[in-house]
Design a protein around this ligand. Structure first.
Ligand code: KIV
Length: 271
């Protein structure tokens, strides 16, 4: 099943756009799963959910716990897990930790940020039948300063070389984060595996965004994020209403009182 799902993602290249979003918990995953091809449990979890300055503080335990929750809401999408910084410094650790993550979460693949030196690591994981998604460009685990990469011919050539080596190592797809449109186009056209862009123009085989950003819930909205809804405003409105109701003794009303054993309202909607 896992291999079939990955094959289907690869087969989309040059035919259909690949749709990807992040999730950190079951309820969101359940909604995404109806529509997207790939759900990524990203280490952006660190900034978005835990309020850290960068992604570095995320541990294997954190990512496993959130993936176990996401897995409960995921039936059809490919479930990819970001390996935390420091968990794949060498071949031995990478294999041990990736196997552990896969066993504990039943995810389909792991994602490794490229530091230009992990060709052998990716190759070893693939040899152990651990599917790998690569990630180049702005890689927050290894780069501090945010900048758009691939703005010159020399830089584009370097990025292409890096992407090709990740493909050669056996990765089944690759995230291009914050690349110039020219380099995203060049890399996408020269690779056989699909490229998934974030802030890298439409010249990619697919797109990914951090779900909390596109829902207007994270407070982080760089130019490449399209806010599809302002969830912050919607939630605030509801919380304000609830506060007023409690203060004015308008909640709970008789309909919200518990009677006997019926803890939940009977609804026609399936769980
Ligand atoms: O951690 C993450 O959410 C990611 C995506 C932005 C690609 O790596």
């Amino acid at each position: 099943m896992m291999i079939k799902k990955i094959k289907n993602i690869i087969l989309k290249k040059n035919k259909y756009k690949i749709v990807c979003l992040t999730a950190y918990s079951k309820n969101i995953a359940k909604i995404l799963d109806k529509y997207v091809d790939i759900i990524l449990v990203g280490d952006s979890l660190a900034n978005v959910l835990y309020g850290h300055k960068n992604t570095h503080a995320i541990t294997l335990e954190n990512i496993i716990q959130h993936t176990q929750s996401v897995k409960k809401g995921t039936k059809k999408s490919l479930l990819v897990v970001d390996m935390p910084k420091g968990s794949y410094n060498n071949i031995k650790d990478a294999i041990k930790n990736s196997k552990f993550v896969m066993k504990k979460t039943k995810c389909d693949a792991v994602k490794l940020e490229s530091n230009k030196k992990n060709f052998q690591i990716i190759k070893s994981l693939v040899k152990k039948r651990i599917p790998v998604m690569g990630h180049i460009g702005f890689t927050p685990q290894f780069k501090k300063k945010f900048r758009i990469e691939g703005q010159t011919k020399i830089e584009t050539a370097k990025l292409l070389k890096e992407a090709k080596s990740i493909e050669l190592a056996g990765a089944f797809s690759i995230v291009l984060e914050c690349l110039s449109p020219q380099s995203a186009r060049k890399i996408t056209s020269q690779l056989n595996i699909p490229t998934i862009g974030i802030g890298s123009s439409s010249h990619c085989d697919g797109q990914i965004l951090v779900t909390d950003d596109m829902l207007g819930f994270s407070g982080f909205y760089p130019k490449f994020v399209k806010k599809y809804v302002n969830l912050n405003r919607i939630i605030e409105k509801a919380v304000k209403k609830y506060t007023r109701d409690v203060k004015l003794n308008k909640f709970p009303t008789l309909t919200n009182f518990l009677n006997g054993s019926k803890l939940r309202k009977q609804t026609k909607n399936k769980k």
